[in-house]
Design a protein around this ligand. Structure first.
Ligand code: PNS
Length: 191
């Protein structure tokens, strides 16, 4: 068995990249990952991805970007509260806010990975650009891509807000607690 490990190790030396974490077959890591986003608001697609991510990492931090948009529908504390409520049944998920570079936040959190969702091929190009830029900035930080359930493949926070504001139904696309907040917020906007 030890011999096999040595052979694997020698082979891996050839693909080692400076600055990146070395692969070690016999080291068991505790993996902490960041799932970053604006989450304005949290959708069932986000929630689906959080649940999938939490199954494969030891701890998942949902990172809410706090300086993203000039006119968000929900404040950052409101978004954090909604995500906390929606994920309270998942023991290894926590919620935090960040501004500035994602890689700096990941470093402060001592996270080894960033989790991102790919709903369709149209997400791929932007996501790869971000992953490669983040790798350039922080070579040891890995990006993990996962796919939400296909029933959420067209769901985005932007479309949910637009459809809801124009009177369309978004039931089933966001958690019920988000739907209630949407109703209250849009009703107050009209007054
Ligand atoms: O919900 P979104 O808009 O898909 O999330 C985008 C997010 C927050 C992941 C991205 O904008 C981000 O990481 N912003 C932080 C600033 C940063 O690090 N920018 C360089 C990314 S390569």
């Amino acid at each position: 068995m030890a011999k096999v490990h040595r052979m694997v190790g020698q082979g891996l030396a050839a693909i080692a990249t400076e600055g990146e974490a070395p692969y070690a077959a016999d080291v068991v890591n505790k993996i902490k990952a960041i799932y970053p986003g604006t989450f304005d608001p949290l959708t069932n697609g986000h929630l689906d991805l959080i649940a999938r991510g939490a199954k494969i990492v030891d701890h998942l931090v949902v990172g809410v970007l706090s300086n993203a948009q000039k006119h968000p529908l929900f404040t950052v504390p409101e978004r954090v509260e909604m995500i906390e409520q929606a994920t309270q049944g998942i023991g290894n998920v926590s919620v935090a806010t960040f501004d500035g570079l994602l890689v700096d936040f990941a470093q402060r959190e001592l996270a080894q990975a960033v989790l991102r969702g790919i709903r369709a091929i149209s997400d791929y190009e932007y996501e790869v650009q971000m992953a490669m830029m983040n790798r350039r900035l922080a070579p040891g930080l890995e990006t993990i891509f996962m796919m939400p359930h296909e029933k959420y493949s067209y769901v985005s926070s932007r479309l949910v807000k637009e459809v809801f504001r124009l009177g369309g139904a978004v039931d089933g696309l966001v958690p019920d607690l988000v739907l209630e907040r949407l109703k209250a917020r849009v009703a107050s906007e009209k007054h």
